[in-house]
Design a protein around this ligand. Structure first.
Ligand code: PLP
Length: 479
């Protein structure tokens, strides 16, 4: 249906080349020369432009539509940060190292160092490495640092504690470093159950991984106490700062007692992401963990120039090629510098205000499993709609027909029929109101015409896919 070959008409051309009037420069070996012309679509330039423009419009993007995908922070990324990254387009990762270990890529190195210092300031940590290539990679790096710390202290540690609302990458990262996972259930108010945590805590726990606000969008008022309990057992506190946009300029995890943090530049700090595109998950640590940071480390000499220093012998070594995903860092650096301190505070205030607006306007129509003021996202449940046979997935598919990317559904795992909405700070009240109307319409249809929701999406080139199969066996050619 959409294959360019189907538009092909014999003899039609987009370009006419003059007949060659010079001899062939280098004849190919006889066995490589075609005997028949290649089977290419024969189309005009306009056919071709329409074909590819049409395909590009099928790509859902923040630049085109509202994208309230909870936990993913699909905010609008200002184009000026793209310009910042483009300034470095000519710096090749192989730019030569000079004999003393200094490099001629001064601007790029100083930017990475500058960014790591800004992130240390924002998170309340003593030093930051920008090497990790994504959030999950930052988590694994952070847990490797924690393991190196315990090894150096000859601590015998076996477990990592995570709450049941944690992002799946948390237990996965800890397990990859070799720890066994202890999962703590959530209390009825949505935070990790403190009594269960106290009972599970023991001298063999290496670290406690917390997301705060957690994936229910709730801020845990007991983090200080949790940090104290962990530290009594010489366990380190890990902060999953993928969604730091809820607390920028408000709380510094380092001040509350966290020892290690990763942040997602591609969520919080204004760089585009999705579709497996490049990310960056810098890791920050407190002083005791600095010797273990990945090497080589970027340093500033007394004369103001930047250089590279091999990590110490205790360093966990490199975790990425070269310096990490530099383009993402350049965007994040520009984002932070352009907004400044006051701007970043405004970002988190607006993100939290927008999520609470969603919560306030939709709470009548959907069940709210944890009825508290939220941070940057809010989590509803479609359990009321389920009584009419409508699942969260049916509502999600209906929203596609209305031109929205669905919110995150079925996550966090501790909420039945979860619908997790993160409007982000960049959306206007008008956009949110239109989305809220679509959500209310879905709730009404669930009661009156549930089949309409079961049939959705009806406006898309494909209907309901086997999502697991679609992710594992991609067939991007079929129209
Ligand atoms: C997105 C996210 C991660 C993982 O980040 P990636 O860059 O996708 O690896 C980890 N924790 C939380 C809470 C997240 O939202």
């Amino acid at each position: 249906m959409n294959l360019i070959f189907e538009k092909s008409v014999p003899g039609r051309r987009g370009l006419k080349l003059p007949v060659a009037d010079v001899p062939r420069a280098a004849a190919l070996p006889e066995n490589l020369v075609r005997t028949e012309p290649a089977q290419l679509p024969e189309v005009s330039e306009l056919d071709l432009v329409r074909h590819f423009t049409g395909l590009s419009r099928r790509n859902f993007s923040v630049d085109g539509n509202f994208y309230p995908l909870g936990s993913c922070t699909m905010k609008y990324n200002a184009k000026v940060t793209e310009n910042a990254a483009a300034l470095f387009a000519d710096v090749h990762p192989m730019t030569p190292l000079l004999p003393e270990g200094e490099t001629s890529a001064q601007g790029a190195l100083c930017l990475i160092l500058g960014l790591s210092r800004l992130l240390a300031e924002i998170t309340g940590m003593d030093e930051v490495s920008c090497q990790p290539l994504a959030g999950a990679h930052g988590e694994m790096t952070g847990i490797m640092l924690i393991a190196a710390y315990h090894r150096a202290k000859r601590n015998k540690k076996k477990y990592v504690i995570v709450p049941d609302s944690s992002h799946g990458t948390n237990p996965a990262s800890a397990a990859m470093v070799g720890y066994e996972i202890i999962t703590i259930p959530s209390a009825p108010y949505g935070d990790m159950d403190l009594d269960a945590f106290r009972a599970a805590m023991n001298g063999e726990v290496a670290a406690v991984m917390l997301t705060c606000p957690n994936t229910l969008g709730l801020f845990n008022p007991h983090i200080r106490e949790i940090c104290d309990i962990a530290h009594e057992h010489d366990a380190l506190m890990y902060y999953d700062g993928a969604n730091l946009n809820a607390i920028l300029g408000k709380v510094r995890p380092g001040d509350v007692g966290f020892d290690v943090i990763h942040v997602n530049l591609h969520k919080t700090f204004g760089t585009p992401h999705g579709g497996g595109g490049p990310g960056s998950g810098p890791v920050g640590v407190k002083r005791e963990l600095i010797p273990f940071l990945p090497g080589p480390r970027i340093i500033k000499h007394a004369d103001g120039r930047c250089g590279l220093e091999k990590g110490t012998s205790e360093s966990i070594g490199r975790v990425a090629n070269f310096y990490g995903n530099f383009g993402v860092m350049a965007r994040a650096y520009a984002y932070i510098i352009l907004l400044g301190r006051e701007g970043l505070i405004e970002v988190s205030e607006q993100a939290v205000l927008n999520a609470n607006y969603m919560l306030a306007r939709l709470r009548e129509h959907f069940d709210l499993p944890f009825d508290r003021t939220c941070m940057h996202e809010c989590v509803f449940s479609a359990s009321r709609q389920l009584k009419h046979g409508v699942h969260a997935i049916d509502i999600a598919k209906y929203l596609i027909d209305r031109g929205y990317h669905p919110p995150t559904v079925y996550f966090p795992l501790n909420v039945k029929e979860a619908i997790m909405i993160e409007p982000t700070e960049t959306e206007s009240k008008e956009t949110m109101d239109a989305f809220i109307e679509a959500m209310i319409e879905a709730a009404n249809l669930a009661e009156k015409e549930p089949e309409r929701l079961h049939e959705a999406p009806r406006t898309m080139p494909v209907g309901r896919l086997d999502e697991t199969k679609a992710a594992r066996e991609q067939n991007v050619c079929f129209g």
